[in-house]
Write a protein that binds this ligand. Structure first.
Ligand code: FES
Length: 166
């Protein structure tokens, strides 16, 4: 299906969902319920979704933004299936974290804060993942990989690709 058709479908579903709150009091709990629905549909709270909610509920987008940043379970950026966090803390940096980061960028073709086209990987940086003894370190969806080399990191990415293709 074309990208725009999928986007329209999501927006239609969000609007339909919001319809049930029409005429009901504009409570914070209703807002949060709708925000959850938007995140479920989009994987994160997109600007488009927040604007649509703001319009429907007659509240400023800034207020929705405030609620979203207050609760840690809301994502404000697009997420990949696997989030790779590259530690750039001192211990990791000394042990070659910059080369690890470069290798990941090259393998995935994305930069920090971006998600691959197939939505499989997202790339972030971290300041010390608490495993300095294993530097340089990355974390993928909460799992730590240490004593990395550019070659090792490339193999790890391949193994995730294989896993996702199964
Ligand atoms: S500096 Fe990287 S884990 Fe501590």
């Amino acid at each position: 299906m074309a990208k725009t058709a999928v986007a329209n479908e999501k927006m239609d579903e969000l609007k339909e969902y919001m319809g049930q709150f029409k005429g009901k009091p504009r409570s914070e709990s209703n807002l949060i319920t709708i925000m959850h629905k938007a995140q479920e549909l989009y994987g994160y709270l997109s600007q488009e979704a927040m604007d649509a909610i703001a319009l429907e509920m007659s509240i400023p987008t800034a207020h929705i933004w405030g609620v979203a940043t207050f609760y840690h379970y809301f994502n404000l950026t697009e997420q990949g299936k696997y989030t790779i966090s590259v530690c750039l803390g001192t211990a990791c940096y000394i042990k070659g974290a910059a080369e690890i980061l470069d290798k990941i960028r090259e393998e995935l073709g994305i930069d920090i804060g971006q998600v691959t086209e197939d939505k499989l990987f997202g790339l972030q940086i971290a300041r010390c993942l608490g495993a300095c003894g294993l530097a340089p370190v990355i974390m993928i969806n909460g799992k730590i990989y240490g004593s990395l080399t550019p070659k090792k990191v490339s193999e790890i990415i391949q193994s995730y690709r294989k896993q996702a293709a199964k």
